[in-house]
Design a protein around this ligand. Structure first.
Ligand code: ADP
Ligand code: MG
Length: 359
């Protein structure tokens, strides 16, 4: 493993409340892009800052390859400038009075003039701004400025790049495109990176590995497929994707376990827990919007309460006669009116269940 965090905790000086990061462990292979996602205040920035060396560890250990960057029990704390880690922040923080070229060359003072301008040109090429070297930051769009900031961070060849919500000041369409571009640029330069966002689409577009954080804890560190289809806990299940929990009962049958729900029985599901996984088989089943199919031939009917247009599809909020609420993702040419009853059918490939919520 390349970057490895082991039981990392951070407590801000004077903070009487809980630590800002609590016992976070994860590993990121060289060349991979990791993403940290979670609600505001969950500790994402703090985790980046402690990796950069800008905060002290209260517990745990951080290493890159064989080199220990910080080790709380042994009192090791490598200075930020000795870590060879680059950072890109939300505000581009370019020097307004310096040209793009000088901004990007800022961390390269140790290089001879020719070597410096060659490296600057190289990274400007990489971010697609080869022609902008002589411009001033204010002559560039927000997206271009953020790419200059990226070029500046890449120029000294950091062994790890940390990016803290770099696109959150930009508008949505631009963000989606930049997220794709960022991935291409990082892969082209074989840069290992850790990217913080609160936007799921961005996390999925950029990350090889995604970590979901809540209240200082890293709840799950996995690839996007596993996060979506095998969420480790309720919070992750609700945080990633659209869905609801429905009461269900897992019972034994000749052909294997069957999941009884208000929408009918689910059979043949992959990765289904056994009936004795829960008391009496009773559990809460995660039903994602893409687990529910619109099918007028189905005997299960539900009334449309709400609909959200998402371009190629709608997310319908539906209510069954039994009172249960589900979400359904349907192609947007299936345009039904609110209040209408439609037929639905569950099509669940991955059965995700949790112990029934007491609340
Ligand atoms: P995020 O980036 O996920 O929004 P932060 O890492 O900024 O979260 O903050 C995590 C927690 O630490 C929050 O409760 C926040 O109020 C607290 N915090 C952040 N920075 C400081 C600081 N410099 N001093 C004290 N508490 C801080
Ligand atoms: Mg933050």
């Amino acid at each position: 493993m390349f970057l490895a965090l082991d039981q990392v905790s951070v407590t801000y000086p004077g903070a009487i409340a809980k630590p800002a990061v609590r016992a976070a462990s994860f590993a990121l292979p060289a060349g991979d892009i990791g993403v940290l996602i979670g609600p505001s205040g969950c500790g994402k920035t703090t985790l980046l800052r402690v990796i950069a060396g800008l905060e002290q560890l209260a517990h745990g250990r951080i290493a890159i390859g064989d080199e220990t960057l910080a080790d709380a029990p042994r009192g090791i704390h490598l200075a930020p400038e000795a870590r060879r880690i680059g950072m890109v922040f939300q505000d581009y923080a370019l020097f307004p009075h310096l040209s793009v070229e000088r901004n990007v060359g800022f961390g390269l003072a140790h290089l001879a003039r020719d070597a410096r301008s060659q490296r600057v040109q190289e990274v400007l090429d990489l971010v697609g701004l080869a022609d902008a070297a002589q411009r001033a930051p204010h002559q560039l769009s927000g997206g271009q400025q953020q790419r200059v900031a990226l070029a500046r961070a890449l120029a000294p060849g950091p062994r790890l790049l940390l990016l803290d919500e770099p696109f959150s000041n930009l508008d949505v369409e631009l963000r989606e495109r930049l997220a794709q571009e960022l991935r291409t640029i990082l892969k082209a330069s074989a840069t290992t990176a850790l990217f913080v966002t609160h936007d799921q689409q961005e996390a999925f577009a950029v990350g090889d590995r995604i970590g979901v954080m809540r209240e200082g804890r890293l709840l799950q560190w996995d690839d996007a497929y596993a996060l979506y289809h095998r969420p480790a806990c309720r919070f992750v299940a609700e945080f990633i994707g659209h869905g609801v929990f429905a009461p269900a009962r897992i019972v034994a049958a000749a052909g294997g376990p069957v999941v009884r729900t208000a929408l009918g029985d689910l059979t043949d599901a992959a990765e289904c827990p056994l009936p004795d996984a829960y008391p009496d088989g009773c559990c809460d089943l995660l039903l994602r919007a893409d687990d529910i199919v619109h099918d007028d031939a189905s005997p299960v009917r539900a009334r449309i309460e709400r609909k959200a247009f998402q371009g190629a599809r709608f997310i319908y909020t539906l209510r069954l006669a039994s009172g249960e609420r589900v979400l359904a993702q349907v192609p947007s040419h299936h345009d039904h009116a609110i209040g209408e009853w439609i037929g639905i059918r569950p099509e669940v490939d991955h059965v995700v269940t949790f112990a029934r919520d007491a609340a």
